[in-house]
Design a protein around this ligand. Structure first.
Ligand code: URA
Length: 235
């Protein structure tokens, strides 16, 4: 792929587009051992060797992060009032990252953050029915009867009932613990499914999405890059 030198450097977190432009015109960039002072110089991302301020800068077209989203932050790229999930990605990050789908402000757990629009589209497409699994604590005794209702497709007040979903009961008490796998991603879907059967979700955490499982080593608010295997399995 061929892209401008200033975009190459800005994408890789060397500074904003105007900062890197200034650096390039001042002579801070080298391509294949030759000083380049034109920000518009075309770079072959696979073949050329780029140095900025004496440091080699490799190019990755796509980046993939797994975030354990904490409660209290919104799943958006920017927000005038609230902290966003992107505010938690502390590495010098590129401008085009976004969260794949949304978790409610009070929901925790797995959130994929990337700049790969095609992958996001595939994971979010309603036609693909990508599995999403949640752990929930629910006020009310959740029983085998609820399992059957969810397996049949519960009416949550939309035009169509929710698609059949798999409920696993971990404990059935006044506050029950469950795991629920759904195959679509409607607004507040898990909360609305339990609400439809008289339960109230008190705590919600996403533990997987498609082939990707939340790394239990990540505390809420922590993130890491996906491994090559995780990326391959998702793509
Ligand atoms: N279902 C919900 O109700 N909330 C979420 O954040 C995700 C799924």
């Amino acid at each position: 792929m061929k892209i401008r030198l200033d975009k190459y450097l800005a994408d890789m977190g060397c500074g904003t587009r105007s900062q890197v432009k200034r650096g390039i015109t001042k002579g801070s960039a080298e391509v294949n051992g030759v000083k380049v002072t034109k920000p518009e110089e075309k770079i072959d991302t696979e073949r050329d060797t780029v140095l900025f301020n004496g440091m080699t800068v490799g190019y990755a077209e796509f980046e993939y992060y797994m975030l354990n989203k904490p409660a209290g932050v919104v799943s958006a790229t920017e927000d005038r009032r609230e902290r966003t999930v992107l505010d938690l990605i502390g590495e010098k990050r590129r401008k085009d990252l976004f969260p794949v789908g949304r978790l409610d402000k009070d929901t925790e757990g797995l959130l994929l953050i990337t700049n790969d629009g095609e992958l996001a589209h595939r994971l979010l497409s309603p036609k693909k029915h990508v599995d999403k699994t949640y752990y929930a604590r629910v006020a009310g005794r959740i029983t085998e009867e609820h399992k059957k209702i969810f397996a049949a497709g519960v009416d949550i007040g939309d035009e169509k009932p929710a698609l059949p979903a798999e409920l696993r009961i971990l404990s059935s008490e006044e506050i029950s613990e469950v795991e629920l796998t759904i195959h679509e991603g409607r607004f507040h879907q898990v909360k609305r499914m339990f609400h439809a059967v008289g339960g109230e979700v008190l705590y919600l955490k996403r533990t997987s999405m498609g082939s990707l499982r939340l790394d239990e080593c990540l505390e809420p608010g922590q993130y890491r890059r996906l491994t090559e295997d995780e990326i391959r399995a998702l793509c």
